[in-house]
Design a protein around this ligand. Sequence first.
Ligand code: NAP
Length: 477
Amino acid sequence: MTTQVSGRKMYLAGKWVSRDRTIPVYDPQDHSIIDTVPAATKEDMLQAIEAAKIGAKAAANMPVHERMAIIQKAADYIEERKELFARTISREGSKTIREAYKEVKRCIETLRISSEEARRIQGETISFDQMPGSENRVGYYYRFPIGIIGAITPFNDPLNLVAHKVGPAIASGNAIIVKPATVTPLSSLLLAEAFARAGLPSNVLSVVTGYGNEIGDVLVTHPAVRMISFTGGLEAGEEIIRKAGMKKIGMELGSNSPVIVLEDADLREAVESAVSGAFWAAGQNCLGVQRIYVQESVMDEFQQAFVERTRSYRVGDKQSELTDMGPLITEKEAIRVEHLVNEAIEKGAVLLTGGERNGAFYSPTVLINVPDDCTIAKEEIFGPVVLLYSVPDLDTAIQEANDVNYGLQAGIFTNNIEKAFRAIKQMDVGGIMVNDSSDYRIDSMPFGGVKGSGLGREGIKFAIQEMTEPKVVCFKL
Ligand code: NAP
């Protein structure tokens, strides 16, 4: 597809600005340039922070009904331009057009929930008279916005994961500066446009496009920024935590999610959901299914059906409605995945299907007998690769599933309620799906992980909790 490169501007302190130095945005499918964005400098980021100081005051003073109306209008703007948003996601990223439409729908939902939650930011009265000597006091606490939030976002959901920070931040009366992933900045700029058109006061939102290693530190270390809300990989997350200093931290990081399939499960259902969960967005999904522990009595049947279904997955042109899976975000990423799979095979893993790379495309891949000392046995693959393990029983499955430094979500397929509850209790994760794969989320549920998968929770109401602080008020009578 040929595109007229227009040169997108970034949204800085209420203005659309360009810079001489630009960053090309590629379609990973054919490496064609689809647009450029400004390469922001440290000074640009400082300007965004200075503007956000003014914006934070404006946001905090905005009545709740105005915040609600603006967020609803931004959602309407997106709803009226679904195709533009979906095409942008699927061109700059690696999602197919069907996957992209789903993200747009979820983004609209995220914003509508944010608008609703704005009216539910509540406090409580406090019984000060519980303390002898405090009988003549009455009071309460309410939640106030923390001020300026720095949001750093990844490439794999370039619209909705930005909305998960911008929606709650505005709903709770904060200013927010977004630093989107360098490879996928266009969707976040469209989101900024939606808010600008919706009448969001200047300086409440900036979207600053630029390289994380050039401008990230300014945002992360600045004392005026009261919270860093980060979604991305563990390595960058840990670096940000080390540098951030005295501020709140929200960390939505990666995982290598496990799914357990017991012998009493509906195997057809398990195969269908686990295949979709493994290969959604070419496996570049923090909830993506990476490790499947199958009870040995049904392993052969499950494995055969899983491989068959994987082989039927249609890989190809992202813009076609018929395509199930597109390329990885860059050829470099596909090469990284290829190396990890080859390392596993060299160490004794058996390739059941896939394992082929063509540019940025990597075929849906299934491995068994992956030794524990392979990188992919313990680390996040973030690609279309799934590992099948045969296990004697549930306890072994739970033990092996937990034996990694991640814990975002898990799935278990069983019709035995006692076993389901055992898994719910014993699995070290932030969410567990019974009779579904790990890859299930609605935007209002608490979302986040344990161990290397993160700190804190998103899911609008929960993000608002993180983005506000309680203030106690006490009247002495
Ligand atoms: P990434 O490489 O960690 O980058 C994420 C963001 O951080 C990008 O905007 C990046 O900027 C920026 N960044 C990198 N280093 C930085 C630094 N030192 N200071 C400030 N900013 C920095 O992750 P990704 O490859 O885009 O995304 C994939 C990862 O995100 C996976 O691990 C995935 O599991 C995780 N993820 C988690 C969730 C969740 O909700 N738990 C959701 C989606 C994805 P540049 O692009 O300029 O480098």
